[in-house]
Design a protein around this ligand. Structure first.
Ligand code: F2R
Ligand code: MG
Ligand code: MG
Length: 349
């Protein structure tokens, strides 16, 4: 489909859910042989093996809250979104949430809370979380707002409800930007895609709060930009091992160690790869590659799924995968509603 087509919206939201559901199998694993990944993915096609339904985790649970809030309010409403996060957590606390964010979600359910951003500010002795929980649910912002400045502003504010460290919320900004650009067809020119991300993040990371956090955490001056430069170097290489990707970019729970990694996975899998079946679509390659990295596989596959889904569209997703992932059909329905909201907004309606 063309820029911002319905197929791209459906691809983005559905593939994010699939990445979470199929990636959950390997979350936290140190080494994941590609053979195990392919076996896992093959089992989704084989109804006789009865994989059953793969449940979604916190990544999708929170993204669903973001989607419902944006659709219901037809804009960003921090009170409404915070209430939805708290309600979702209290209804299903066993979705594998991060150890720290649970405190925020409990506090957000208090009827006496006057500032919904305060619980996030109190995390980690006032430093705030740099986890990837803001980024893992950032894709819907790119599907609700056509304007780039709004995508950046609302992805940041949406993440700040739980992640007040700039590395956490700027990771969300980067993820939303990647989905926004992919939706426009920017991955047709991968070099320009990565350059554009670097340019945008240069501005985002020049803010004082970001510079302070980087200094305190002893990271590079502009940590996400520095990682994006590494992505650009790696994507120019014809061969690269999984070990090198992990050591250069990371595969962990911090936004810094997972958002650039997800972007790399998408870029690397734009072409067929020796280690992956020729029959795979680009989207299947991307998800498989994310799983083979080990570490935070559900989240990296969820984020890469959203970016890749916005590029390839819904047609690249196997029906058998959709059938066995909890929440995938809901995501498809919501993508259609977001597509309408997006186009209403772009017409000034
Ligand atoms: N939590 C997990 N996976 C662990 C295994 C779950 C298992 N399956 C189960 O069911 O028990 N996955 C999910 O968490 C990640 C998103 O986490 P989020 O929302 O960012 O949480 P949090 O707690 O804010 O941050 C995560 C951890 O990062 C460290 N950290 C963050 N900021 C820190 C700081 N300023 N100083 C020190 N450490 C900091 C802490 O260890 C946090 O707990 C996703 O992977 C999602 O899938
Ligand atoms: Mg998860
Ligand atoms: Mg995870």
């Amino acid at each position: 489909g063309g820029p911002a087509s319905l197929s791209r919206f459906r691809g983005a939201l559905v593939a994010a859910v699939l990445g979470d559901c199929v990636g959950g199998e390997f979350e936290g694993a140190e080494e994941v042989p590609m053979e195990s990944v392919l076996q896992h993915l093959n089992s989704l096609d084989d109804e006789t093996k009865g994989t059953g339904i793969l449940e979604y985790s916190d990544d999708t649970a929170m993204a669903r809250c973001v989607v419902q809030s944006l659709l219901t309010r037809a804009s960003f409403d921090e009170q409404d979104m915070a209430r939805r996060f708290a309600k979702e957590y209290s209804a299903s606390p066993g979705r594998g949430y991060g150890a720290g964010v649970i405190q925020v979600l409990k506090k957000l359910s208090s009827p006496h809370l006057s500032d919904v951003y305060q619980p996030a500010r109190d995390q980690f002795n006032g430093r705030g979380s740099f986890g990837n929980g803001g980024a893992m649910r950032a894709a819907p912002f790119a599907l609700a707002f056509p304007d780039l400045a709004n995508v950046k502003m609302y992805a940041r504010l949406g993440a700040m409800l739980t992640h007040s460290c700039s590395l956490g919320y700027n990771g969300a900004v980067l993820q939303a930007l990647a989905v926004h650009l992919s939706l426009q067809g920017a991955l047709d020119l991968p070099q320009q895609f990565i350059s554009r991300l670097i340019t945008e993040m240069e501005e985002v990371e020049s803010e004082e709060a970001a510079r302070n956090d980087a200094r305190i955490l002893k990271e590079a001056e502009k940590p996400l930009c520095e990682r994006l430069h590494r992505v650009r170097d790696l994507m120019d290489r014809s061969k690269i091992s999984i070990e090198e990707v992990i050591s250069e970019l990371g595969n962990g729970i911090a936004a810094l160690h997972s958002v650039p990694t997800a972007i790399f996975c998408v870029l690397h899998c734009l072409q067929p790869r020796e280690c992956l079946p020729e029959s795979y679509s680009g989207l299947e390659r991307t998800i498989a590659y994310c799983l083979a990295l080990g570490g935070d596989t559900d989240t990296i596959a969820c984020m890469a799924g959203a970016i890749a889904g916005a590029h390839y569209g819904i047609e690249a997703i196997p029906q058998s995968w959709i059938k066995c992932c909890e929440g995938a059909e809901d995501a498809d329905m919501n993508a259609k509603r977001l597509h309408m909201l997006y186009h209403q907004s772009s017409q000034g309606g």
